[in-house]
Design a protein around this ligand. Structure first.
Ligand code: AMP
Ligand code: GLY
Length: 431
């Protein structure tokens, strides 16, 4: 199969790596230097819908896999489908589950999916009223896409008021912040569960736990994700079954009722409360990043039949198989991230990191590129999240140890990372 991967981050490198490892041909738009070692790169931006369609048709690719959310929200999958190209990723109507927080919240509400009480607000006065009504501890969310930065957690009503004013009056997120969702702040531990669906049936992927805050111990501002581990230690079989019944099953019925033909990833961002009840925080319409890195590294079967099956409305009956080993991905970030990162610094030590194995030889290191580019024959940093240093080994402790050994052999100026990826205990809470 010839697969076109759209995007150029760590998630797309992981997709390209797993697809190419299964023997398929990969082309990526625009890709990154890591993906460039696996296949051809074409310099087309992920949001250039018409150029991507033209390229897919011209190259007669067998499947397009869309990594990021923005092109999906912009209707890339609809355009490709309209031209007869199989595409893994929902059309614009399904991508609204991620692209519009208010759409998502009303979807949860309409279809009986447990979610924090909320109000949709279009003025600072409405947001203040909502905050009062919800008891003062709230989360203020820009309605539209804001690269994961449009969510402000507030413990005091004053903070909520200022977050809402920032978005609604000062235009902090542009059009994405013209309306905001104000919702009750929940306590508990987060869990990401991803499923692949063809619109009728779904298959859950291996569970992963993300680490969103920039510093150890969940301190500091939120990022796109500083690291992930799979399996997720708190995802018990009982909890996963509950999430199937109470989150995914009603979602599938809801999509059918709403007439949305959804083919791609449904990524549920959940908060598990103290009594073990799952609450829906959000849906993403694509693989998580860096969750994809650990989940795809653990995938023991060829991903293409499932991706193509979902794209064509017929998920294979045979479920995926998973590597028994655990996987940890530690993100190396550039100085300044998640604020404005410092870029253009040379990177060293990736090959040495990839050459590491565990003492028993059962471990494996893969370094996924996220924010890198070639400059005058040298690899330099080009984005806030630079690399996803990923290690497979016998159990979580062994995969953490191997990942951190690999991290220590990579250097670039100002590199920072969390030292506690995968270190949370099964019973701990994150907030
Ligand atoms: P979202 O984009 O809606 O998933 O929000 C991004 C992050 O903000 C989530 O992963 C949580 O860490 C946090 N968050 C969102 N909504 C809530 C909530 N109601 N209570 C507590 N934390 C939340
Ligand atoms: N790691 C969080 C996300 O992909 O949204």
């Amino acid at each position: 199969m010839h697969v076109l991967v759209v995007g150029g981050g760590g998630r797309e490198h992981a997709l390209a790596w797993r697809i190419s490892r299964a023997g398929h041909r990969v082309t990526a738009a625009p890709g990154n230097p890591g993906i460039g070692r696996l296949g051809e790169l074409v310099p087309i931006a992920p949001t250039d819908v018409s150029a991507l369609c033209e390229e897919a048709v011209r190259r007669q690719v067998d499947l397009v896999v869309v990594g990021p959310e923005a092109p999906l929200v912009a209707g890339l999958a609809d355009e490709l489908r309209g031209q007869g190209v199989p595409v893994f990723g929902p059309g614009a109507s399904g991508a609204r589950l991620e692209g519009s927080k208010s759409f998502a919240k009303s979807f949860f509400h309409r279809h009986g999916i447990r979610t924090a009480p909320f109000f949709l607000c279009e003025s600072a006065a409405e947001a203040e009223r909502a905050t009062r009504e919800l008891g003062g501890r709230v989360v203020v969310k820009a309605d539209g896409l804001a690269s994961g930065k449009g969510v402000v957690l507030c413990d005091r009503a004053e903070d909520a008021a200022s977050a809402a004013r920032d978005m609604l009056e000062a235009g902090r997120f542009g059009a994405a912040g013209r309306s905001v969702v104000v919702e009750q702040k929940l306590n508990g531990r987060e869990l990401s569960i991803m499923a692949i669906t063809d619109g009728q049936r779904y298959e859950l992927l291996a569970q992963a736990e993300d680490h969103k805050a920039v510093f150890d111990g969940d301190q500091g501002p939120n990022t796109g994700g500083m690291g992930a581990v799979s399996p997720a230690q708190h995802a018990t079989e009982e909890l996963v079954q509950k999430v199937r019944r109470e989150i995914f099953d009603p979602t599938m019925r809801g999509l059918a009722k709403d007439g949305i033909d959804y083919r791609g990833v449904l990524y549920a961002g959940l908060m598990i409360d103290e009594s073990g009840e799952p609450w829906m925080l959000e849906y993403n319409c694509r693989f998580g990043d860096p969750e994809a890195q650990v989940v795809l590294a653990r995938l023991a079967t060829d991903p293409v039949p499932a991706l193509l099956g979902a794209a064509q409305g017929a998920l294979p009956a045979e479920p995926a198989a998973w590597d028994e080993r655990a996987c940890t991905c530690v993100v190396l970030a550039a100085a300044g991230y998640p604020g404005s990162p410092e870029l253009g610094d040379p990177l060293r030590g990736i090959d040495a990191a990839e050459g590491l194995t565990e003492p028993e030889g059962a471990g494996e290191v893969i370094v996924f590129h996220a924010g890198t580019r070639e400059h005058e024959g040298e690899l330099v940093t080009s984005g806030g999240r630079v690399l996803g240093v990923t290690a497979l080994a016998g159990d979580v402790a062994a995969s953490r140890a191997l990942a951190y050994r690999a991290v220590s052999s990579i250097t670039f100026r100002g590199a920072h990372f969390r030292g506690d990826i995968g270190a949370r205990r099964a019973g701990g809470t994150s907030t």
